[in-house]
Design a protein. Structure first.
Lengths: 97, 199, 99
């Protein structure tokens, strides 16, 4: 696994077509690795009948809400987690909880 | 594509006939068997939020079980005779005096169905899926819940292979209640996080 | 441009908290989907991809999307044909609708 808990990461702003499980609202955003969830076959390939192998690392990634939304109305310390595949992440400089 | 057959007299969806057609054809061709289909129907009917309530109530009265629920929710569910999801992960996140959790699946409607059964309609709605990540506090307000001032709200978007459930905090004033009574306080909404259990 | 299903953060209105009675055909949609998965004939990921590709995604209800996607996959995998589904569905509707 490339990333460790606490590492700052950025979600790739890729406009990759087809079935992806990285939501648009996270693309280009920076956060931190909470932990690695495990390794799973790649859903982007399973979606088209392929094996999805080799399995890819999946991380629980945290983001401060004000970093995601300019108009965030809640607390500055509120945060959000999403489960993101390693191939969608690069080292970054996000905030942390 | 087939012609649309509108039903002015009924509100039956045209997809009702389509899935019946699909069922009939698949059975005739031996792709599926009748018992398989019936078992599948029974499987989902057997699952409900009551399972989640049992997990929570047990965690409230048994510290070791709570630890198991938070570290290996599938093992905890199995211990109580439930059959959790597979191969997806099942993870329980704990509400604390400082943190309130909210679950959503913005991309579709992932939900721990193997434990809790079908998600409520509102969970699957475009409004919830769109707004829960961006304005969780406003969403919870619509459900009649506002966390105390010093509580952070943490949203979990189930984007991949994990299904989430919230372990709410045990309400005060419930010290004398037994496990079954405690379970009856745990609403489905509190397992998603749009509300909390109350006495 | 994000696909229509990728709606996190999009504007959304009031959340309707009503719950409709699950109909038998919807139970069947769930069951067929699970049974096909159990047989290894489709994966959750294929089913999601098929749902996401529906042109009328926004106009269909949750289970309507499920059925449309299941149908799409069965045709794609040449397990059933569009014609035989159309024919059978029309027969069923005739039986239900009456003269």
């Amino acid at each position: 696994m490339t990333f460790e808990p606490g590492d700052r990461v950025r979600v790739l702003p890729s406009a990759k077509p087809g079935h992806v499980r990285t939501p648009g609202y996270l693309k280009g955003k920076s956060g931190w690795i909470e932990y690695m969830i495990g390794e799973f076959p790649n859903p982007e390939e399973l979606a088209y009948g392929h094996s999805g192998l080799p399995e890819r690392p999946l991380y629980k990634v945290g983001f401060l809400q004000p970093d995601l939304w300019d108009d965030y109305e809640g607390h500055a310390e509120d945060y959000l987690y999403a489960d993101v595949y390693e191939h969608w992440l690069e080292p970054g400089e996000g905030g942390t909880k | 594509m087939s012609d649309h057959h509108p039903h002015e007299e009924t509100t039956m969806s045209p997809y009702a006939a389509r899935i019946r057609a699909i069922e009939g054809l698949l059975l005739e061709k031996g792709v599926l068997t009748e018992p398989e289909v019936q078992d599948s129907i029974a499987y989902m009917e057997a699952r409900s939020p009551a399972n989640g309530a049992r997990l929570v109530a047990r965690a409230w009265v048994d510290e070791d079980f709570e630890e198991l629920l938070l570290s290996d929710a599938k093992a905890a569910a199995s211990q109580l005779g439930m059959e959790p999801e597979h191969p997806a992960e099942f993870v329980v996140v704990k509400n604390t005096p400082g943190v309130h959790n909210l679950i959503v699946c913005t991309l579709c409607s992932c939900y721990p169905r193997a434990v809790l059964g079908r998600p409520p309609d509102w969970y699957k709605s475009f409004a919830y899926r769109s707004r829960a990540v961006r304005e969780p506090r406003a969403v919870m307000r619509e459900f009649g819940f506002e966390p105390p001032e010093d509580v952070e709200v943490v949203v979990h978007d189930s984007t991949a292979d994990v299904r989430y459930m919230v372990l709410p905090m045990r309400p005060s004033g419930t010290e004398d209640l037994g496990e079954e009574e405690l379970a009856s306080l745990v609403t489905r909404d509190s397992l998603v996080g749009v509300n909390v259990p109350r006495l | 441009m994000a696909s229509v299903h990728d709606m996190g953060g999009s504007p959304g209105g009031h959340i309707d908290r009503g719950q409709h009675e699950v109909e038998d055909w919807e139970r069947l949609a769930d069951a067929i989907n699970a049974a096909l998965g159990g047989r290894g004939l489709q994966t959750t990921d294929e089913h999601r991809r098929a749902i996401e590709s529906l042109e009328d995604y926004r106009d269909l209800s949750y289970y309507e999307r499920w059925v449309a996607a299941t149908e799409k996959l069965l045709i794609e995998k040449e397990i059933l044909t569009a014609d035989e589904i159309d024919e059978r569905a029309a027969e069923i509707e005739r039986r239900w609708g009456g003269p």
